[in-house]
Write a protein that binds this ligand. Structure first.
Ligand code: MG
Ligand code: MG
Length: 265
């Protein structure tokens, strides 16, 4: 069931999503060689709770009903999504994808950003740049009268033109009172196919793009998804509201990019 949101509901979604952007900026301040992913999680959880929200990821069940043990997902290098923060120490040349969700005033926020740790190889920086471009190209297609397949088609074309892999098994989603609502928003697809988008539809668009092959495997922890060939993967995500002429981006990378300055991809 697809729920269209009113202006008031979109405003509440924006508040929750702006908090995600500000939380990711707090994480951005900390990302450097020597820091553990658990430290990133601690800062994120405190910041979310200090701002009167709840970290939606904490306790969220996987397919086995096991609760996610942390407030953010931290996926390092070949990890694609859903990495569990822990004792992993970030080192120079790593990348880390941080996915964050909040729940506030009855509505969810969801956004993700892949960070460079110190100096990162040009080949991997390009992967990040193209994945982020693909996100915005996808967003350009989130307009009234287009279909969900138009978003996936645009993302897939852009990434495959650079010979990157487009992960199929995990997708974007509708978002509102629940973190995951209908419809699913794949990062691949056919133009003119899928759910018709209408003004007020709110969706999270989140390309998960790999440097090598698009095949993925699940780690034994039941959460962490990594590339089969162990090449790097990038993940950027925005929550947007479908509009008549253009989508409104409800989450924000501005806070992050203020912290990163000229180091932003
Ligand atoms: Mg997310
Ligand atoms: Mg999401």
């Amino acid at each position: 069931m697809v729920f269209l949101k009113t202006e008031d509901e979109i405003e509440l979604l924006r508040q929750s999503n702006l908090l995600v952007g500000r939380t990711l900026a707090e994480v951005a301040k900390l990302v450097k060689p020597g820091v553990t992913t658990r430290q990133l999680d601690k800062v994120a959880e405190e910041f979310i709770r200090d701002n009167g929200a709840i970290p939606t990821f904490k306790g969220f069940p996987n397919q086995y009903g096991e609760p996610f043990p942390a407030s953010i997902c931290t996926s390092v290098n070949e990890q694609v999504v859903h990495g569990i923060p822990g004792e992993v120490v970030l080192k120079d040349g790593d990348i880390v994808s941080v996915d964050c969700g909040t729940y506030m005033n009855g509505f969810c926020g969801d956004s993700a950003y892949t960070f460079c740790v110190g100096e990162v190889d040009e080949e991997i920086r390009s992967l990040l740049k193209v994945t982020k471009e693909a996100l915005y190209i996808g967003i350009e297609n989130a307009v009234h009268g287009k279909r969900i397949g138009d978003i996936g088609y645009a993302i897939q074309q852009h990434c495959e033109a650079h010979s990157y892999g487009v992960v199929r098994e995990f997708v974007g989603h509708g978002i509102g009172k629940e973190m995951h609502e209908d419809p699913q928003v794949p990062n691949y697809g056919r133009r003119g196919c899928g759910t018709l988008m209408k003004r007020g539809l709110c969706i999270a668009i989140e390309p998960m793009i790999t440097l090598g092959n698009r095949q993925i495997v699940m780690e034994r922890d039941g959460w962490t998804v990594r590339t089969r060939d162990r090449k790097c993967a990038a993940h950027f995500e925005h929550t947007v509201a479908v509009g008549v002429d253009k989508a409104e981006i409800l989450s924000s990378f501005k806070f992050i990019e203020d912290v990163l300055g000229d180091k932003a991809i």
